[in-house]
Design a protein around this ligand. Structure first.
Ligand code: PLP
Length: 481
């Protein structure tokens, strides 16, 4: 608009003249710069540049995206259409004019309660890590209220934990204590009992854990925590494996966060909007952030009346568009559909694991949930990941969880068909054979991509993220392209 105002003023005046009297140039002339230092190129070059970039890109709309722990599943486009219907709402609108939006939020809270068996939810947190942080603030406020804030300073985590867990606990002011896993890849009960005492605020775990293994002793673990007056926190970023089958509530967890942008259908990655609602039960309900969305039998409203609330954790009411998509996704699938989704996620993961089992090492227990961890028999995980790109598929997560060296963490998700899984397995097997017979191919990979193997050290030391950075580095002779 502002560009047009600069270059096409006569044309704009003409448009105004033919019946668009309300047409206003939005910026005051004094605010407009004359010499903006950006490349000066024709429109078609800009279009070609971005079209070329989009063709070099990879996404789940192109092929399988088996990035473990990330749940890069295909998300129905219908959900986007439904979210778009709410584009023109403004968070400052009066409650009476946004009853539909509030109803969606209320119903989503109710549905998440049912899925997790928690007593109440906040939809504010904007991502999984933000949900963890919120959950930890609730744990802190709860212990403070009980007069044990000074004493309960420790949060325990297994060594298979997602990296955000220790960060969230530390940011909320806790000391982090890590305990080792046992030889089955599960929590070592003895190690846990050795560290739990009246200084423990909470134990944070994800179940199934990051190896895709279900913690069978979870009820015993809950008993140990509660006996010691500590809380049990559920990292429910990936609920795909269990929804409709069991729940954090049935496992006796006290606080839960979910990643709507993983399990409940919002495309993510690249920093797009996420949502990490937090559910709690029992006395913890009184500590949730405000406002909660409530219904008085006639109208929906923002309820600021939460007795010991930790306050607000985000501006306005959360990433509303993501909430709409989750609502639409759950409504469309229903309880039975969610359960089938979980079953399919687990079947797909185990099917793929069985197909590649002879060619990769699969440490720990056999049966997996929504994901599994494999190791190359020859060569490095990094090289396998790079070689996969040559075949037009995205690599799995590598070098995580930290307890498996050279880990390839594979999550096929429920949305992939058998044919796609077969093709992916075929490529994985071919790469395993190459690693044994012809390892140079892997070490030089990728060979067929638009950008060859990047120098990740240089990329972090001398990042070229903008055109200005590019020009500066070029002038200094630091880059030669
Ligand atoms: C993705 C993930 C998180 C973090 O979620 P973000 O939305 O990326 O902050 C936490 N825990 C687990 C197990 C995850 O997979």
């Amino acid at each position: 608009m502002y560009h047009q105002a600069r270059y096409d003023e006569p044309l704009l005046n003409e448009i105004k003249g033919i019946g668009n009297e309300n047409f206003e140039i939005p910026l005051d002339k004094d605010l407009v710069r004359d010499n903006l230092e950006i490349p000066n190129i024709p429109e078609y070059e800009v279009v070609r540049h971005y079209t070329r970039l989009s063709q070099m890109n990879y996404g789940v709309d192109i092929n399988i995206y088996p990035l473990g722990s990330c749940t890069m599943k295909y998300n129905p486009k219908l959900n986007e259409e439904i979210a778009k219907m709410f584009l023109y709402l403004h968070p400052y609108q009066d409650e009476s004019t946004v009853q539909g939006a509030l109803r969606i939020m209320y119903e989503l809270q109710e549905m998440l309660k049912e899925i997790t068996d928690m007593d109440a939810f906040t939809l504010q947190p904007a991502a999984g890590a933000h949900g963890e942080f919120t959950g930890m603030l609730i744990a802190r406020a709860y212990h403070e209220y009980k007069g044990e804030g000074e004493k309960r300073k420790n949060v325990i985590l297994p060594d298979s934990a997602h990296g955000t867990n220790p960060a969230s606990a530390a940011m909320a002011g806790f000391n982090v204590i890590e305990i080792p896993s046992n030889n089955k890849g599960m929590i070592d009960l003895e190690a846990l009992e050795n560290v739990v005492d009246d200084t423990t605020a909470a134990f944070m775990i994800t179940n199934p854990n990051t190896l895709g293994i279900f913690e069978e002793d979870i009820l015993e673990i809950a008993k140990i925590m509660h006996k010691n007056g500590a809380l049990l926190y559920y990292d429910g970023a990936n609920l795909n494996a269990i929804m409709g089958i069991t729940s954090p509530g049935k496992m006796n967890f006290d606080i839960v966060h979910l990643n709507l942008h993983k399990t409940f259908s919002t495309p993510h990655g690249g920093g797009g909007p996420g949502s990490g609602p937090v559910g709690v039960r029992g006395e913890l309900v009184d500590f949730l952030p405000v406002p909660i969305v409530n219904y008085d039998g006639e109208k929906y409203y923002l309820d600021y009346n939460v007795k010991h609330t930790i306050g607000k954790v985000r501006s306005f009411y959360g990433n509303f568009g993501v909430l709409v998509k989750a609502w639409a996704y759950i409504k469309r699938l229903g309880g039975e559909g969610l359960k089938r989704t979980a079953i399919r996620a687990v079947v797909n993961s185990n099917y793929l694991k069985e197909k590649i089992k002879g060619y990769y090492d699969i440490p720990h227990k056999d049966l997996r949930k929504h994901e599994f961890v494999a190791k190359p028999k020859n060569g490095r995980a990094l090289d396998v990941a790079k070689r996969l790109l040559d075949f037009g598929v995205h690599a799995p997560t590598i070098y995580f969880p930290l307890i498996v060296p050279e880990a390839l963490m594979i999550e096929p998700t429920e949305t992939e068909r058998k044919e796609t899984l077969d093709k992916f397995a075929e490529i994985m097997i071919r790469i395993a054979k190459e690693a044994e017979e012809n390892p140079e191919i892997l070490e030089g990979a990728p060979h067929n991509t638009a950008v060859r193997r990047v120098d990740d050290v240089l990329a972090s030391r001398r990042p070229v993220l903008t055109w200005k950075m590019y020009r500066e580095m070029k002038e200094k002779g630091l880059i030669d392209y």
